[in-house]
Design a protein around this ligand. Structure first.
Ligand SMILES: NC(=O)c1ccc[n+]([C@@H]2O[C@H](COP(=O)([O-])OP(=O)(O)OC[C@H]3O[C@@H](n4cnc5c(N)ncnc54)[C@H](O)[C@@H]3O)[C@@H](O)[C@H]2O)c1
Length: 381
């Protein structure tokens, strides 16, 4: 849970490892959060580290310079997924708390070793996504909790578009083991479902590769092609320990783009904002009558709330900082990150085997954030 207000002693020193595309969002947001102090950014590529360091007026250097920096208490690991384990383990070995981009690692055993090492050292691990800290999902949770849709029974989620080779200048890692849509964008939808329904009990999935090779669509390497080695279209179903069920489409193989997230209750259906964003519109549509079923009329949606994106990536880092100073466990905890990895790895196994997989990991119900939770507020003095 989040820490109490007004805690000491001074902002938590943050070091960033990974000066790529997403680092701009993290650094720009964290510089606005008084509970953390961004000290240094490092990358294997010194030019990238220097460019970001100079842009944001922070120190820059090698990954080792970040790990060895005396003012860094919390390492933000925003390297590519294939490097997450190595960088997070090095941070723990250096005595630093770790926030990792998703997935925590690509392999359950390595992730468990990492969490065990952190626990032994008394260090916290947090794992993206932190979009679920945003008012979009939090408001949806409050609407469900006050009973507006009756008892939630099931969910249908879809994220489909042509794929990140459209916009990422170095997209190969997104079509390789450890990524693909299941591990790259799946965490947003699968984690949001865990917020709503609690721990997963059983999953299964089918998957396919729509294009054996992809073409880089932007940047200095535009036009270069590369092979695809993981499924790029996944249809997954899940049953939760609560008895609720979900079906999720996760695809880089769709010529058109669509994002939808509906929670179906006994009395009404809720449209939840995109869990890859921090805000959005929460809508409800009521139970239909026989005449609507007969006419096949489209559902009529009523807006319940239009939530702005009041903050962005880095919210989970601030939650961690408050827990480092004040105690407690961040919402986007290492155990949640592990459970979602287990879900995705089990779905990947199901694609291979054609069988349903029983989950061996679990989580406690994920608490809602206090209303008005704000990473820009100063709580550490
Ligand atoms: N790009 C996005 O829109 C986006 C959005 C949300 C989350 N993410 C996640 O953020 C992470 C980074 O994505 P990105 O798009 O910024 O990738 P990127 O390829 O643009 O940048 C990654 C950086 O990490 C560095 N790096 C790789 N291995 C390293 C290591 N062992 N030590 C130090 N540096 C290393 C690379 O040199 C590179 O500069 C990924 O996990 C991705 O899933 C990206």
């Amino acid at each position: 849970m989040t820490a109490p207000r007004s805690i000491g002693t001074g902002p938590v020193g943050v070091g960033i490892i990974g000066a790529g595309m997403i680092s701009d969002q993290y650094v720009a947001n964290l510089l606005k959060c008084p509970d953390v102090r961004v000290v240094v950014i490092g990358d294997l590529d010194p030019d990238r580290a220097r460019a970001k360091g100079e842009l944001y007026g922070i120190e820059w250097g090698t990954p080792d310079a970040v790990l060895g920096h005396p003012d860094v208490e919390l390492v933000v690991n925003i390297t590519i997924p294939q490097s997450h384990a190595e960088v997070s383990m090095a941070a723990i070995a250096a005595g630093k708390h770790v926030w990792s981009e998703k997935p925590i690692t690509a392999h359950r055993a390595i992730a468990r070793t990492l969490l065990t090492a952190a626990a032994r050292a008394g260090l916290l691990v947090g794992v993206a996504p932190d979009t679920n800290y945003g008012p979009g999902l939090q408001t949806a949770r409050r609407v469900i909790a006050r009973g507006d849709i009756g008892t939630p029974l099931s969910a249908q989620t879809a994220i489909q578009y042509p794929g990140p080779d459209l916009f990422h200048p170095n997209p190969e890692f997104l079509f390789s083991a450890g990524a693909g849509p299941l591990f790259d964008i799946g965490p947003y939808y699968l984690t949001a479902l865990a917020h709503l329904f609690g721990p997963y009990a059983q999953v299964s999935a089918v998957g396919s590769i729509g294009h054996a090779r992809r073409t880089i669509g932007t940047g200095p390497r535009a036009g270069a092609t590369f092979p695809v080695t993981v499924p790029t279209h996944i249809s997954a179903i899940a049953q939760f320990a609560s008895g609720a069920v979900s079906q999720s489409l996760i695809s880089f193989d769709s010529p058109h783009s669509r994002i939808s997230f509906e929670v179906i209750g006994t009395e009404a259906t809720l449209s939840v904002p995109d869990p890859n964003k921090f805000g959005g519109t929460v809508r409800i549509t009521p139970k239909v009558g026989i005449e609507d079923v007969d006419s096949g009329a489209e559902p009529v949606w009523t807006d319940i709330a239009q939530e702005p994106e009041r903050f962005g990536r880095g919210a989970g880092v601030v939650d961690m900082a408050r827990c480092i100073r004040g105690g407690g466990t961040p919402i986007a905890s290492g155990e949640l990150g592990y459970h979602i990895l287990d879900v995705m790895a089990s779905m990947a196994e199901s694609i291979e085997s054609g069988r349903t997989v029983d989950m061996t990991s679990s989580i406690s119900p994920i608490p809602m954030l206090p209303e008005g939770w704000d990473p820009y507020e100063q709580t550490i003095f």
